[in-house]
Design a protein around this ligand. Structure first.
Ligand SMILES: Nc1ncnc2c1ncn2[C@@H]1O[C@H](COP(=O)(O)OP(=O)(O)OP(=O)(O)O)[C@@H](O)[C@H]1O
Ligand SMILES: [Mg+2]
Length: 261
């Protein structure tokens, strides 16, 4: 197994209100090596919090986070993150942006070009980020993260701000990358179709407080057809459960008095 949350709770405190918000409550999740795990769930159910804990950007309030059998103490290049809106350095070329994450390594330019090749952007190596479309910027962000050589790729709605057509195209690229590089991927999305097309497993979270509701393994080979009866059934089940979820963000059951937290 690659990464694990073991009985993790995460409380965000709001000292002004004297309240804490339980973003995650007793969440246990094992990410197996080589799997493509999709995290879905209503807004505010703790998907990004889960990813940030795996990345080491946040620490748990209770419980433990492991990566390759060791406790996660902070971010590390072997756990790469791609966010919804990539922030590339606007004054650097595409190539320089990717090279930036290779600091201290040899053959920086060659290695950065290899990564740009993987995402099909070698011809734009000397362009500025401002000359690229949203989808191309996300591909640079992926190349930049891959350049660090992570074993675990954490993606938080990486294509959430793109149109449906571009999203599908990039989904296919990520799938190919995953099949070729065999990285372990944790992929957060609001889009159930995207999860059904990509994942080896879908984990549904629910809010107030954030927890894992249910999970599904998907054995269908790729490329997948969303009209496949098995996938249609799975989608129906996921959507029914999503609709049954209580409203997210700040629902009273997720708020606790800070005393004793
Ligand atoms: N740094 C923070 N400080 C305070 N509260 C936070 C912080 N980060 C997250 N939260 C709260 O924790 C809960 C879970 O947030 P999180 O961002 O993990 O949800 P999410 O599932 O990623 O939602 P979305 O789909 O909207 O991105 C939310 O109620 C949110 O307001
Ligand atoms: Mg989020």
């Amino acid at each position: 197994m690659t990464a694990e949350l073991r009985n993790v709770s995460k409380v965000f405190t709001d000292p002004r209100r004297g309240k804490g918000l339980i973003a995650l409550k007793d969440v246990s999740l094992k990410v197996e090596e080589g799997e493509f795990l999709c995290l879905v769930g209503a807004s505010g159910c703790g998907k990004s919090t889960t990813l940030n804990l795996l990345a080491g950007f946040e620490g748990p309030s209770r419980g433990e986070v492991f990566f390759k059998g060791e406790g996660v103490k902070g971010p590390s290049p072997d756990r790469g993150v791609v966010f919804q809106e990539s922030s590339l350095y606007p004054w650097m070329s595409v190539l320089e942006n990717v090279m930036f994450s290779l600091q201290g390594k040899e053959r920086k330019e060659e290695r950065a070009m290899e990564q740009l090749n993987l995402v099909g952007l070698e011809d734009f190596a000397h362009s500025r980020p401002s000359d690229l479309s949203g989808g191309m910027k996300q591909r640079v962000a992926i190349a930049r993260t891959l350049a660090m050589g992570p074993d675990l790729l954490l993606m938080d709605e990486p294509f959430g701000s793109l149109d449906e057509q571009t999203r599908r195209k990039l989904d296919n690229e990520v799938l190919k990358l995953w099949q070729r590089e065999r990285k372990t991927v944790v992929f957060v999305t609001h889009n159930i179709d995207e999860a059904l097309l990509l994942g080896t497993r879908i984990v549904l979270m629910s809010p107030s407080p954030g927890r894992i509701e249910k999970e599904w393994r998907i054995d269908e080979p790729w490329p997948r057809d969303l009209s496949d009866p098995g996938l249609v059934r799975m989608k129906e089940e996921i959507i029914n459960m999503l609709q049954a979820c209580p409203c997210a963000n700040g629902a009273p059951s997720a708020l606790i008095e800070l005393k004793g937290v």
